[in-house]
Design a binder for this molecule. Sequence first.
Ligand code: NAD
Length: 468
Amino acid sequence: MSDDYKFFEQVNKAFDKAAAYTNLDKGLLAQMKICNDVLHVTFPLEKDDGSIEVIEGWRVEHSHHKLPTKGGIRYAMTVNEDETMALAALMTYKCAVVNVPFGGAKGGIKIDKSKYTDSEIERITRRYTFELYKKNFIGPGSDVPAPDYGTGEREMAWILDTFRQLNSDINADGCVTGKPISQGGIRGRTEATGRGVYYGIMEACQSKEDMKDLDLDTGIEGKTFIVQGLGNVGYHAAKYLTEAGAIMVGVAEIEGSVYDENGIDLQKLTEYRKENGTIIGFEGTTELKGKNKALEAECDILIPAALENQINAENCERIKAKIIGEAANGPTTSEAHDYLKKKGTLIIPDNYLNAGGVTVSYFEWLKNLSHVRFGRLGKRFEETSYRKILSVIENISDRMFTEQELSYLAQGAGEYELVDSGLAETMISSYNEINELRKKHDVDLRTAAYINGIEKVGIIYESMGIFP
Ligand code: NAD
């Protein structure tokens, strides 16, 4: 990534463009834009060989208009203050767009994970948590981290365990989300961001008008797509799109790009990469030589699911996809966005499309505070009620259901079903909300999502009476 790339500036450019469509006070908008708290920590790591290394990390709480603040923790060499501020700001607007009642935050540690052993990563994670705790940057009512690039359930479990050593709050489980189920996590969180990406793209592809403009058929089935980054978000987005009948024709990973116009088997490719440490050479595919070449290959939908600044002034003219589904945060720079918009590309923006993760994190946090699994109280009751209705139908219709039909029709909703239903409802209704604003103001979806987020945060500031 180039050193002169200013991610926070990019976010604020999009903010300013959208803010012009609102009637909010200039001072209020300035307050909304800035980051409320920025924490920079450095601490020593004793490596397995006894040597000492200084580790650098950040946590940014962008907006305290709602508490707790919420946002993932990233482990990558790209992590710096500017990136963390940009990602925290994005979280504020994203949460508002999907009506998740949190302020935005983000954290990160500047490390290349591949250079550390598991026990070193555990020590880094625990010490970072301790630093956050000392400075009041973590807690179920103040700031709640989650997984992001380079982190997952394992790191979240270490964060929770460290927090619990320091604090005996009855709601301690709610200090972090994306935990393993056994540690108070929720079914459906791991796949939530990718599944949300799928719901968002599916909804966009339902628009006859938009698809006609792009010269595409309505719906997902038969559409070709390329994904950049087969990590948590990219893998799950690809999985659900494929299951819905879309065809994955290309993949870009760190080691290079592969393409097959007849479709690439996601599971087999994932196994191949696990065995060989690369996607290059996978059966039936052609290697596309050059950095991120798959981004420029022929497809209907391009899904960047790695890092920011991937579709930029340098490569945007070569992007052929008609739809870009921003699964990653900030993958398209403002210059590239403007070029692609003029060309007619439909960009489904990050500040809406990857909100499935924080949506299900919100459900996990609610579960932790209520100390009860979703569905525990109602599932059996629902099943009994449905069976009663089915038995009335049997009596009046002379049609007896088989036990298989009964168990299918009389199914009560468990935790996974409720989470998935809440996620689908959130992604679909939020898409329609921003799409209405897009039509109303004749703007693109990104600007519409920002208008939506800014107005919702603005109403809260105004109702606090801070601003006349
Ligand atoms: P991850 O660490 O699970 O996976 C990222 C993948 O991208 C890895 O497989 C990595 O090898 C690959 N990658 C890195 N650089 C690449 C490059 N230049 N070209 C091709 N591939 C590359 O991370 P993730 O959690 O899937 O996050 C991906 C993106 O989604 C990030 O922008 C993150 O902020 C965003 N996001 C994640 C979540 C979440 O719940 N994890 C939620 C919202 C947004």
